[in-house]
Ligand binder design. Structure first.
Ligand SMILES: *Cc1c(COP(=O)(O)O)cnc(C)c1O
Length: 343
């Protein structure tokens, strides 16, 4: 069997040669003492790229999300977020366990938040109600969907949040996919929120790390919380060095992932026995169901795997494919022809 085509997630990428070389060559120091020059360079670059005052390197997106909520809320408050968001579903109830806040989920339809639901979810402070401490957005939205919402929609939410004086946090794990799909500079998205996190490990293809960004005061507080969680790091330049390559060289090529996802979507749409979950691939994620009699996700996944193609199961009949920097146009063509043959 030739090359493994791993479409399960954009997190499966291995660091490229340039990143490996950068890790070897990185200038290092003790970052808890503020002495790692490569970490400082990455944090400064990210802050200036995204138009935020300051940035903090964390080990994961989950840690960045949890630190943000801890810094932005008080115990006993409520947090408004999307029903299918990562923060609500995939962080081991961190909101309850770490911040001691209550989640108030609202519906989101293909990435578009229901404004009326958000407004209805904002609590007036009363004797029996909790104060709304934070609104958490996610763009792109939902890791099986990759939906994008527009700057106009963000401004609409911002205007609402300002009216009620509630801060906004953006889980921008795939912020660069959103910016690419919208054709806008990522800083324009960040301008509408108080704090944001981006993952180095998704579209940017780095081996680990996330960046949390916000005001200088917020990042100082976040740095303290990171330390409390045991997330302070010593020679973290080995993480920051590939991160610098991610931010300088990997953003401009994300459009290629979207074109590959669009091609995958179009090809899968034409295969009998496959039903697409959405009308088009909004970014780099394609979800679909196998509807052919006698087939389910397990059977199709096993057949594909024998041909070196890895797909993620997200339901009994439902699967997803995610394109990334290590999936080529030829890989997409090969995947489509294998699907044709199998079904
Ligand atoms: C991947 C992801 C995260 C968490 O990142 P980890 O580095 O895996 O902890 C958070 N939010 C969204 C939307 C994600 O896709």
């Amino acid at each position: 069997m030739d090359k493994k085509i791993d479409l399960r997630s954009d997190t499966v990428t291995l660091p490229n040669e340039e990143m490996r070389e950068a890790i070897r060559a990185a200038a290092l120091g003790d970052d808890i003492l503020g002495e790692d020059p490569t970490v400082k360079e990455l944090e400064q670059l990210a802050a200036s790229l995204l138009g935020m005052e300051d940035a903090l390197l964390t080990i994961s997106g989950t840690m960045a999300n949890q630190i943000a909520v801890m810094a932005m809320t008080q115990r006993g408050q409520e947090v408004i977020l999307g029903r299918d968001s990562h923060l609500y579903n995939l962080e081991v109830a961190g909101l309850a366990a770490l911040s001691q806040v209550q989640a108030r989920p609202v519906p989101v339809h293909q990435g578009v938040y229901d404004i009326e639901s958000i407004e209805a979810a904002i609590q007036p402070h009363g004797v029996q109600t909790a104060r709304t401490g934070l609104i958490c957005l996610e763009n792109t939205y939902n890791l099986n969907e990759g939906a994008v919402f527009t700057l106009e929609h963000m401004r609409e939410i911002r205007e609402l949040a300002d009216r009620y004086q509630v801060p906004i946090y953006l889980d921008g794990a795939r912020l660069f996919n959103a910016a690419t799909a919208l054709g806008v500079h990522p800083s324009l998205i960040c301008r509408e929120v108080d704090a944001v996190q981006i993952c180095l490990t998704k579209g940017l293809g780095c081996p680990l790390g996330s960046l949390l960004l916000g005001s200088r005061e917020f990042i100082a507080e976040a740095r303290n919380i990171r330390q409390r969680l045991g997330g302070g790091m010593r020679q973290a330049g080995i993480i920051a060095a590939p991160g610098l390559i991610g931010l300088t060289k990997m953003i401009d090529r994300i459009g290629e992932d979207h074109r590959n996802a669009t091609r995958l979507h179009a090809g899968l749409s034409g295969i009998a026995g496959i039903r697409m979950a959405f009308e088009k691939a909004a970014t780099n994620i394609v979800s679909f169901e196998v509807v052919k009699a006698g087939w389910d996700a397990d059977r199709l996944i096993a057949k594909l795997q024998r041909r070196g193609i890895w797909v993620k199961k997200i339901g009994a009949r439902k699967m997803r494919m995610v394109t990334h920097c290590q999936i080529s146009f030829e890989d997409v063509e090969h995947t489509l022809s294998s699907m044709q043959q199998i079904l």
